[in-house]
Write a protein that binds this ligand. Structure first.
Ligand code: ADP
Ligand code: ZN
Ligand code: ZN
Length: 685
């Protein structure tokens, strides 16, 4: 009972001017200050930023309350420096969103609140904002095509619930089935109802086409985008426009899920299965899951779209145990008339001697496309020239000295490079171990594949697309332009090429080196592989030209490939979910991972063992704590790494456990160089 306390005047007998402030510090509490002198705050200042002294410097915080009383002795309270009133106060629903994330992901609330603001608004000395150019007069809106019957049906289901609060939909349809058109119609309805729409995409880098398409359809909606490649000023400007309600549509990557939107009426998460929605450092949150929470909290519809939904979402929509948490909407065909799904074939690589890793059928297929002036794409999800340089005489291999990983050979810039910590070395002329001059690249990456294809097709124009050739958005857009300008006959690339692009002349996709993921130790690997292959297959034959997909494999009978040949995601998902249920893996269990990194493995393990021995864990009988184990990549950037899995059949039980456990872990006295973090709903093991 703390109600009487509020009414009791403090010892001085008069109400003190106190502000309670959220700060971006690693402590799970807020901080009390005296109001700035001569500037008493009013309740309207709750949600405004404030400059306060903290330690030896000033910081920007957010006012979360004007308490009548503080637990801090009055003499210890410091005055705040200034309340910043350049923006309206952040609204209550935004606070609830941040507080939910803080509690769910075990992150300090101040860290959530401040880290989701644009950097410019967190600065003590913000750069002077330039007045933005007046927006150009909007061109006439691009007309919408008449809907297909399937699109009509999907929209009818959503319309039937319209205005009735929260509802989650899973829109399942292959690439080109017209999901984006459904989003656009829903956005249109939201705009007409005077609401804002939030459209989340996994990587804005890969979606300039979507941005253009939305802007063309709704030229007057003040579309803004929010992602990490914007300049600080542009990001702050766009964020303000969204917050002020001027921007009626916000298109953004995961962090955009936290944008305050006063009139939010619709959330769409495109490619909802994409791992990029998961932040892998700092606050390790899933923007898709946060979006669902936000929609529920705001009482609005949310649409999750994908050709290959995450198994979590698929179970929510189809598993009897989920009792229809999500409504499944399906688009079966392709939206463009006559466009058909590509024919997928497996090439059994056990039956022939490959030429530089390529089968006769794939080489013949590429040759045929060249002769017809069509494009081919060869997909290999491994960049670099070769994954390792090795000596056959003594067994030496190029290893990273800082990680438990190989150094990848990059012949293009004559380097050995670690893809985990960035370590680089020159390519040795001879084996560093035995002096053998004949050290050889082992295995194949995109650079080597490019070389091989150039040797087979000297007349072809070959373009490699991976994170080495498209480091920035600018480089990526330049590459796209060349592809669209018809400057490439053969594309070689990683999953970068697989996402969201229309290449009208592309009629052949070859897949090489995919088998590794079938038998990976990570039990999510097949889910990711299936999604990638569906996506890359979806590149073939988008327009009038029929497409063909050739998968080179040593396991042609594998059920994953069998489902792919039939374009049968539901069958694949059912098989995977059955396995997961059998093994007690998510989505049939809820997990959190405690990870520790230290100079020595023994320290990391000992820390986790202490955490595991938390006496109160026994009171949480429905939470299982596994043994601490070294991580699969046991060493990275000179840290040895270990992890401890906590698991429960109940999300609520796990949440109750985590709150107390996290506090107990914080109290463990750890060695100086030990780092640890807790990840809720981890995706990678
Ligand atoms: P997805 O988002 O599922 O990949 P899109 O919405 O981008 O699918 O549609 C694929 C292609 O079909 C696009 O070129 C789009 O303009 C076109 N399209 C979508 N819906 C229709 C429709 N109802 N009539 C004609 N073309 C359509
Ligand atoms: Zn050697
Ligand atoms: Zn390394």
């Amino acid at each position: 009972m703390d109600a009487p306390q509020e009414k009791t005047p403090d010892r001085t007998g008069e109400r003190m001017n106190l502000v309670r402030v959220a700060l971006d510090v690693p402590l799970h509490r807020h901080f009390d200050y005296l109001a700035p002198s001569g500037d008493p705050p009013t309740p309207a200042d709750i949600g405004r930023r404030i400059r306060v002294p903290f330690g030896t410097r000033a910081r920007i915080g957010i006012i979360v309350d004007l308490p009548a009383h503080s637990d801090i002795a009055p003499a210890q309270l410091k005055p705040a420096e200034a309340i910043l009133r350049d923006l309206p106060p952040l609204p209550p629903d935004w606070f609830r969103l941040c507080e939910f994330c803080a509690a769910y992901y075990q992150v300090p609330p101040g860290e959530v609140m401040l880290s989701t603001l644009p950097a410019g608004l967190r600065r003590v000395d913000p750069p002077r904002a330039r007045t933005p150019k007046a927006p150009a007069r909007p061109p006439a809106a691009q007309a919408a095509p008449p809907l297909t019957a399937e699109q009509e049906a999907a929209l009818a289901v959503i319309d039937a619930h319209a205005g009735r609060g929260f509802h989650a939909y899973l829109l399942h349809g292959v690439t080109g089935s017209g999901k984006t058109e459904v989003y656009l119609r829903l956005i249109e309805r939201a705009l007409a109802a005077g609401r804002q729409a939030l459209l989340l995409v996994p990587e804005i880098n890969l979606t300039p086409q979507l941005e253009a398409r939305v802007a063309e359809r709704f030229p007057a909606a003040g579309l803004v985008s929010l992602h990490s490649e914007l300049t600080e000023a542009a990001r702050a400007r766009n964020w303000r426009a969204a917050f002020a309600g001027q921007a009626r549509i916000v298109l953004g990557t995961r962090l955009a899920v936290f944008t305050p939107l006063p009139e939010l009426g619709l959330i769409v998460v495109d490619e909802e299965h994409d791992p990029s929605f998961k932040q892998q450092d700092g606050m390790r949150y899933s923007a898709r899951d946060v979006a669902v929470f936000r929609a529920r909290e705001r009482g609005i519809p949310i649409v999750l779209g994908s050709a290959t939904p995450s198994l979590e979402s698929w179970a929510n929509a189809t598993d009897a145990r989920a009792r229809g948490r999500y409504t499944l909407l399906t688009l079966r065909g392709r939206a463009v008339e006559n466009a058909r799904l590509p024919a997928v074939q497996r090439i059994d690589t056990r039956l022939e001697k490959l030429q530089d890793g390529l089968s006769g059928a794939l080489l013949a297929g590429i040759g045929k496309r060249l002769a017809r002036g069509e494009q081919s794409l060869v997909f290999l999800n491994r960049r670099g020239y070769a994954p390792v340089l090795a000596c056959a005489a003594c067994g030496w291999a190029s290893r990273c000295t800082r990680c438990a990983a190989n150094l990848v050979l990059h012949l293009a810039d004559r380097r050995l490079r670690c893809h985990h910590c960035g370590l680089e070395q020159r390519i040795p002329k001879a084996c560093p171990s035995c002096g053998n001059q004949d050290i050889l690249p082992f295995g194949r990456g995109t650079q080597r594949l490019e070389e091989v294809l150039a040797a087979h097709f000297p007349q072809a124009r070959i373009l490699r697309v991976d994170r080495d050739s498209a480091k920035s958005r600018k480089q990526w857009e330049a590459l796209l332009e060349r592809i669209h300008g018809g400057e490439a006959d053969i594309l070689v690339g990683t999953q970068m090429l697989a996402k969201g692009h229309d290449f009208p002349r592309l009629t052949l996709v070859g897949v090489v080196g995919a088998d590794a993921a079938l038998h990976a130790a990570d039990w999510r690997a097949p889910e990711r592989l299936f999604a990638q292959l569906m996506q890359v297959a979806g590149r073939a034959g988008r327009a009038e030209l029929a497409g063909e997909v050739l998968i080179q494999t040593q396991f042609p009978e594998h059920p994953l490939y069998a489902a792919l040949v039939r374009h049968d995601y539901p069958a694949f998902a059912a098989q995977q979910l059955a396995e997961r249920a059998q093994a007690g893996f998510p989505p049939y269990a809820y997990q959190a991972m405690l990870r520790a990194e230290a100079q020595h493995m023994a320290e990391a393990i000992a820390f986790l063992a202490t955490a595991r021995a938390w006496p109160e864990a026994a009171a949480h009988g429905d939470v299982l704590l596994y043994d601490p184990v070294p991580m699969r990549m046991a060493r990275r950037a000179n840290y040895e790494r270990a992890q401890l899995l906590a698991e429960s059949p109940s999300r609520q039980a796990l949440q109750r456990f985590l709150a107390g456990w996290r506090e107990a872990i914080e109290a463990i006295r750890a060695p100086a160089r030990l780092r640890w973090h807790l990840e809720v709903d981890p995706l990678e093991f």
